[in-house]
Design a protein around this ligand. Structure first.
Ligand code: PLP
Length: 409
C-alpha cells in the first residue's frame, strides 16, 4: 500500500487564482460584449529584450553543430552567467560573492519552494503577512505549519504588515527559526530601508535564525537608499539565503531562469548542535534533484547584463514603472488610499467603506470591468485590500484609470 504525504491534503483552500478565473469567466458569459482590463495576475506583457533574443538565437545555432553543441551543463549553472551575476548584481554594490555561492535555476518559485528540503520539519516559520503564497504552501507540504484555524496556520508566526505599521514588520512576538522576507514586497509593493532590514539581520544573528530573502523585484527599485540585496547589510552572509529571478527583471516568466545565493558562511545546526554549511547541503540537493537550466536560457540571461541588454531591460522596467505612476496618481485622484507602486510594480489598494477584499473585487469587476487580486488571498492581513499590477499595456492602464474616474464620480 502506497501512503501519501498527507500534508498535501491540507492545501485544499488555496484556490485564489482559480476562484478569480471562475468569477471572470462567469462575468464574460453574462457580459460578452464588455472589455475586461486585467490587472490581477503578476505576469509581464512586454516581449523579451532584443539582446536576449539575439543571444538565444545564437545559442540555438550552437546547438545545431557537433563542435558547439551543449549537453548537460553544470547543475549549478554555467560560469559565464555566474560571473556576470557576481559582477553586475553584487560587486557593483560592494557585495563580495564567490562563484560557488551562486546557484542558477529555472526560477525563484522552484528555489523558494525547494529550499526547505535541507531543513528539518520542526523548524518554526515566520512570514510577513500578507505574503507571496508559495512560502507558506511549500512549508505546509513539508509539515511545518500545523493546522489551519480561522485562516491562520497554528505553527506559523504571522508578522502583520498593514497601513497601521506603515507596512514595516515588527520583530516576531514568538521565536522563529526560519523567516521569509520579500522586498520589494509582493503583494503590497512596499520596501524596507537599510536600517529596517538591519533590524532583521541582527535578529537572525542573535537568534541563530535563517532569513529567506526574496528580492525577485529588486530591479524595480528607484530610490537609491533602498537595498537591492540583503547582503548589503553587514553580517547578512551568516544568516541569509537570497532568491532572485529574471522573470520580472527581464521578462523571463515564460523562459524560466533565476538564481539563489547560498553563502559559504551560512550555517545551521544538527539536533545535537553541530554546525553545518548550508551551501554544501544545497549543492548536494541540486546535484541530486536538478539537472541545470538550459544552455540557451542561460545565454539569454547572460545577455541581460550586456550593455545593450541592460539598456533595453531598463526601458521595459521604466515602461512598467510609468504605468505604476499613472495608476497611483489616477487612484489617488479618485480618492482611493493606495500604497506601493514607487519601487515595485504592485499597488496595494485599500477597499473603501470597509468593504471586504472579495466584495471590492466583485465591485471593480462588475462596475469598472477591471480584474484585480483580492488582498485576503495573500494572508489574513490582506483583508480589506486589493492588489493591482502595473504589468499591463499603457493603453489599458490609461483606460482603467479613466473607467475608475467615471466610476468614482
Ligand atoms: N517570488 C515572488 C515574490 C514572486 O512574486 C514571484 C512570481 O510572481 C516569484 C518569486 C516567482 O518567480 P519565478 O518566475 O522566477 O519563479
Amino acid at each position: 500500500m502506497t501512503l501519501i504525504n498527507e500534508h498535501f491534503l491540507k492545501l485544499q483552500n488555496n484556490y485564489l487564482f482559480s476562484d478569480i478565473a471562475k468569477k471572470v469567466n462567469s462575468f464574460k458569459v453574462t457580459h460578452p460584449k464588455d472589455k475586461i482590463i486585467r490587472m490581477g495576475i503578476g505576469d509581464v506583457t512586454q516581449p523579451l529584450a532584443p539582446a536576449v533574443i539575439e543571444a538565444m538565437h545564437k545559442a540555438v545555432d550552437e546547438m545545431a553543430s557537433k563542435e558547439t553543441f551543449h549537453g548537460y551543463g553544470p547543475e549549478q549553472g554555467y560560469p559565464f552567467l555566474i560571473d556576470a551575476i557576481i559582477k553586475h548584481d553584487y560587486a557593483s554594490r560592494g557585495v563580495f560573492i564567490e562563484p560557488g555561492e551562486v546557484f542558477i535555476s529555472d526560477g525563484a518559485k522552484s528555489d523558494c519552494g525547494n529550499i526547505g528540503d535541507m531543513l528539518r520539519h520542526d523548524n518554526s516559520i515566520g512570514v510577513t503577512d500578507p505574503v507571496y503564497p508559495a512560502y507558506i504552501d511549500s512549508n505546509v507540504m513539508s509539515g511545518r505549519t500545523g493546522v489551519l484555524k480561522n485562516g491562520k496556520w497554528s505553527d506559523v508566526v504571522y508578522i502583520p504588515c498593514t497601513a497601521e505599521n506603515g507596512f514595516i514588520p515588527d520583530l516576531p512576538a514568538r521565536r522563529v527559526d526560519i523567516l521569509y522576507l520579500c522586498y520589494p514586497n509582493n503583494p503590497t509593493g512596499t520596501t524596507l530601508t537599510k536600517e529596517e532590514l538591519r533590524k532583521w539581520v541582527n535578529y537572525a544573528l542573535a537568534n541563530d535564525a535563517l532569513i529567506m530573502y526574496d528580492s525577485a523585484y529588486e530591479a524595480y527599485i528607484q530610490d537609491p537608499n533602498i537595498p537591492h540585496s540583503i547582503y548589503e547589510i553587514k553580517g547578512a552572509k551568516k544568516v541569509a539565503i537570497e532568491f532572485r529571478s529574471f522573470s520580472k527583471t527581464a521578462g523571463f516568466t515564460g523562459v524560466r531562469c533565476g538564481y539563489t545565493i547560498v553563502p559559504k558562511e551560512l550555517q545551521a545546526f544538527t539536533l545535537n548542535g553541530q554546525r553545518v554549511q548550508l551551501n554544501k547541503l544545497w549543492n548536494r540537493r541540486q546535484c541530486t534533484k536538478f539537472n541545470g537550466t538550459s544552455y540557451i536560457t542561460q545565454r539569454g540571461a547572460e545577455a541581460v547584463y550586456s550593455a545593450a541588454g541592460k539598456q533595453q531591460v531598463k526601458e521595459t522596467i521604466r515602461y512598467y514603472m510609468t504605468n505604476a505612476r499613472i495608476m497611483k496618481e489616477g487612484l489617488q485622484a479618485c480618492g482611493f488610499t493606495v500604497y506601493g507602486g514607487d519601487n515595485a510594480p504592485y499597488l496595494w489598494l485599500k477597499a473603501p467603506d470597509g468593504l471586504s477584499s472579495w466584495k471590492f473585487f466583485d465591485k471593480l469587476l462588475y462596475e469598472a470591468k477591471i480584474v484585480s487580486t483580492p488582498g485576503v488571498g495573500f494572508g489574513p492581513s490582506g483583508e480589506g485590500y486589493l492588489r493591482l499590477t502595473a504589468f499591463g499595456d499603457r493603453e489599458d492602464t490609461l483606460e482603467a484609470m479613466e473607467r475608475l474616474r467615471q466610476w468614482s464620480d
